[in-house]
Design a protein around this ligand. Structure first.
Ligand code: HEC
Length: 210
């Protein structure tokens, strides 16, 4: 019994750590003012506005491939439409990189590296880092070639982060499904642990060892 309880606690603890305080996710010390954090948390409401701001301020360099948003030079490339008819709006990465190689290299030529695709940047960096980096790139990443396009516009910056979040997060139905799946998995493990323990006890009794 003690052993079962022990393993149950360990299992639950393991998933708790992964979900609520994942040590593999960077816990940055960057701050976001409360009123702007609200915008990022309410991302469903601000995503559309954020996307427009992104198109105006960021799309000259960056793509958000998961949302079929490509850098301005590529957006203007006549090949894009034909490819999208063939592969769908969101192009496979290899097709995208091979076809627009020279456009991407032109960006690299200008900035020292290809400005990264921002589809999953929210997951990789989190809201605090993104908000501060976009607002003042030099402060967060000294020497970066990313220009300070949003400096002095914190609210609009928060809306852009909200947009990036909306792209990187699965929609709410999918999220609920995943949460439910997690609960089922833990429930299953606990149940199996209990059944095994009962079975073991029965076996021991049968063998006259109990
Ligand atoms: C003139 C080109 C240009 C524009 C405009 C631009 N960026 Fe960038 N951005 C870059 C480059 C180049 C890098 C790579 C910088 C580096 O690694 O030093 C970068 C990097 C980034 C990163 C990754 C930072 C990291 O830690 O790796 C984010 C996020 C980002 N940009 C967001 C934005 C957003 C949001 C906008 C619009 C408000 C924007 N950028 C506008 C060129 C640009």
């Amino acid at each position: 019994m003690i052993r079962t309880a022990f393993f149950t606690v360990i299992t639950v603890l393991f998933f708790f750590v992964l979900w609520f305080h994942n040590p593999f996710v960077a816990h940055e010390s960057y701050k976001v003012p409360a009123e702007h954090m609200k915008i990022i948390e309410d991302y469903g409401r601000y995503a559309k506005e954020g996307k427009q701001l992104f198109e105006q301020n960021c799309q000259s360099c960056h793509s958000v491939r998961y949302d079929a948003v490509y850098p301005a030079s590529i957006q203007a490339n006549p090949n894009l439409k034909a490819l999208q008819e063939k592969y769908g709006k969101v192009l496979p990465r290899d097709v995208y990189e091979a076809t627009f190689y020279s456009d991407l290299m032109a960006l690299k030529e200008s900035f020292g590296k290809v400005p990264p695709d921002l589809s999953t940047m929210y997951i990789a960096r989190g809201p605090e880092y993104l908000y501060n980096f976009i607002l003042e790139p030099q402060k967060v990443l000294p020497g970066t070639s990313m220009p300070p396009v949003m400096t002095g516009r914190p609210e609009e910056t928060a809306k852009i982060v909200a947009y990036l979040r909306s792209v990187s997060e699965p929609d709410p139905a999918e999220k609920n499904k995943r949460a439910l799946m997690g609960v089922f998995t833990i429930g299953y493990l606990i149940l199996m642990g209990l059944l095994l323990w009962i079975w073991r006890k029965k076996l021991l009794e049968k063998m006259g060892l109990h």
